[in-house]
Design a protein around this ligand. Structure first.
Ligand code: FES
Length: 160
């Protein structure tokens, strides 16, 4: 487990900059996640104190929005499109393949910490469904074989 206190200077900078803005909580959470890659638990009491909220209120917002992470990100992030066009053209079988391969449902990080799986609801590639995004790059008309090759690429990646 990383030393989360390393993120406190970032948290304090963000709070100083954003805490007085109307509706500050979401921009604060996004800024912390952008800077740290996730929302470290050590940030929660700092945010609650700065915004005069309870810990439960801050944690409730973090858990409500699936985009917020409470653990450090994996080396690779795969976002499978689960919107209608992709669903009708094979996304569910790709999701089943990911469940088999990574033992993950729509959210989570593989046991080896290499791949995080997250759903997305349209990548703007509906004409080429099913689509997914791996580390920011969109892949369209993804077949089971193509998905397998992408997963193997992540697992064999020397940076992993
Ligand atoms: S529905 Fe999947 S890219 Fe639009």
């Amino acid at each position: 487990m990383p030393d989360e206190s390393l993120h406190l200077p970032l948290v304090q900078r963000v709070l100083e900059r954003e805490k007085d803005a109307p509706g500050a909580l979401l921009p604060i959470l996004h800024a912390i996640q952008d800077g740290a890659g996730y929302i470290p638990d050590v940030a929660v009491p700092e945010i609650a104190h700065a915004l005069n909220l309870s810990l439960a209120e801050v944690r409730g917002v973090i858990s409500f929005y699936h985009d917020f992470r409470t653990t450090p990100p994996a080396r690779h992030t795969l976002r499978l499109c689960r919107a209608e066009s992709c669903q009708s053209l094979g996304a569910e079988s790709l999701a089943a393949q990911l469940r088999d391969h990574l033992q993950l449902d729509d959210h989570g990080t593989s046991a080896d910490g290499r791949i995080s799986l997250r759903p997305v609801y349209c990548l703007g590639a509906c004409a080429c469904s099913p689509a997914l995004e791996l580390d920011g790059r969109v892949h369209a008309r993804v077949t089971p074989e193509r998905l397998q090759a992408l997963l193997e690429g992540c697992l064999e990646d020397g940076s992993c």
